[in-house]
Write a protein that binds this ligand. Structure first.
Ligand SMILES: NC(=O)c1ccc[n+]([C@@H]2O[C@H](COP(=O)([O-])OP(=O)(O)OC[C@H]3O[C@@H](n4cnc5c(N)ncnc54)[C@H](O)[C@@H]3O)[C@@H](O)[C@H]2O)c1
Length: 423
């Protein structure tokens, strides 16, 4: 099939590259010229395991990037993968969606073949039918006879995105028009994954509900972890026993510094805002967010319990990415920790295997080291914020600290002298 992917960020680039990888001819439409250049030369603007190899194989063969919308005309499917960041009140900012919808409509003006316009971005229920569809139809001057609208949420996890795209546990296709949904299902056919067909708004809600449930599972584990800490019980032993119950499951029970990233915090906030707008008070979602906001401050509080006021002290922060295997720092739990430490007058030294350059844009004033040993040398305390697997082998490096006070926000270290945020 001929496929246009609008937005070449994490989701758009992975989607476009993987769709080319399974045989489609893909054009990624991206407004950032740097990203367009990088993609066309086979370089990924983001770090994602396996992505660069797949991109190199397909770039300029079945995949290329462009700043303009020309490829939309003649495409069988157009995937919208632009960002839906949080507005000031927590609701989803749909300005990128609106602008993409308008540009797609303009590009479809006067074209002949049937085309499926697919929202892949995470959007509040109703967005595809009430925002995307009218914009595209108005700008193109067409009717539902020649353009079909679909919601196909993306469930990939950063750090494992290619693997997740190629081996999805399910593909959700929400459409009001059978024909449009069938085209999208056919595009995914080589993946041989279970396909769930729903209405459009239900598909939009599936994505929000999945993220809200996973975020709540983490906050629940953190709450139990905080109680366990008071009781002197290891929450990881507890959750091992709890997670074997198939009604609960073992995943997302890892207590720690809380969830970050570009999805969970913003999606739970957007669902909360949407619920309130419709007159519903979502108590559980509000609690999941509140617990998550509190966890990073507990890291600092525990550090202060051990070393006293942090003013003038040298604090090593290990791990800046919001999770391992990515250079993404969006809403990373390291950010509120570093901000609080700086406000309290601490000197921060940091190390991350991938994400230092991204964090430098937010905190240019802190010192970044190319190794954990460099950051730990002379430190009065250390906070571990990301579960990078390589941190598990750190041991003698901690001997370089001036005072060996090590607090883990993720259960990853194997050295002896450490204390967990909630274990
Ligand atoms: N990152 C994830 O792990 C993930 C997973 C599932 C779903 N999502 C959802 O997917 C959507 C995209 O997320 P992302 O992380 O890829 O965002 P991103 O910010 O990394 O990428 C968005 C890209 O769209 C480009 N863009 C913006 N407006 C454009 C326009 N009018 N035309 C062409 N390009 C345009 C931007 O320059 C950017 O490169 C969001 O709704 C997000 O919630 C993200």
């Amino acid at each position: 099939m001929k496929i246009a992917v609008v937005g070449g960020g994490y989701v758009g680039l992975v989607t476009g590259t993987c769709l080319a990888g399974i045989g489609h001819t893909v054009t990624i439409i991206e407004i950032d010229p740097e990203k367009v250049r990088a993609i066309n030369t086979g370089k990924t603007p983001i770090f994602e395991p396996g992505l660069e190899d797949l991109l190199k194989k397909n770039a300029s063969v079945r995949l290329h990037a462009e700043p303009g919308y020309g490829a939309v005309a003649g495409a069988d499917i157009v995937f919208i993968c632009v960002g839906t960041p949080p507005a000031a009140d927590g609701s989803a900012d749909l300005s990128f969606i609106r602008s993409a919808g308008m540009s797609i409509g303009n590009a479809l003006k006067g074209t002949e073949p049937y085309c499926a316009v697919v929202t892949k971005s995470t959007v509040p229920p109703g967005t595809t039918e009430n925002v995307v569809q009218p914009l595209v139809l108005k700008a193109s001057g067409k009717t539902l006879q020649s353009i079909g609208f679909v919601m196909n949420p993306e469930f990939l996890r950063e750090g494992r995105a290619v693997e997740d795209f190629m081996h999805p546990d399910r593909i959700v296709i929400g459409s009001s028009d059978r024909k449009a949904g069938d085209i999208v299902a056919a595009a995914y056919q080589p993946l041989a994954a279970p396909v769930i067909r729903t209405g459009i708004a239900a598909a939009e809600m599936i994505k929000y509900t999945s993220n809200a449930f996973l975020a709540t599972k983490i906050s629940f584990s953190n709450e139990i972890g905080n109680i366990c800490k008071r009781l002197g019980i290891d929450v990881y032993e507890v959750m091992k026993g709890v997670g074997l119950d198939p009604r609960i499951g073992p995943l997302f029970l890892n207590a720690g510094a809380g969830f970050g990233g570009s999805c969970f915090p913003k999606d739970v906030a957007a669902l909360t805002a949407l619920a309130k707008e419709r007159g519903e008070e979502p108590l559980l979602l509000a609690a999941a967010l509140a617990i998550n906001e509190r966890q990073p401050h507990r890291m600092v509080a525990l550090l202060e319990e051990k070393i006293g006021p942090v003013s003038g002290k040298r604090i090593a922060v290990l791990g800046l990415a919001f999770k391992d295997n990515t250079d993404d720092i969006r809403d990373s739990r390291a950010i509120p920790v570093i901000r609080e430490l700086l406000e309290k007058g601490a000197g921060i030294v940091a190390f991350d295997p991938m994400a230092s350059e991204n964090m430098r844009r937010i905190f240019p004033e802190i010192e970044y080291f190319p190794s954990a040993a460099g950051a730990l040398t002379g430190a009065d305390g250390c906070l571990v914020m990301t579960e990078w697997p390589e941190f598990s082998s750190l041991d003698r490096e901690f001997d370089l600290m001036a005072h060996k006070v090590i607090i883990e926000g993720r259960r990853i270290l194997s050295c002896k002298e450490k204390e967990g945020i909630c274990w």
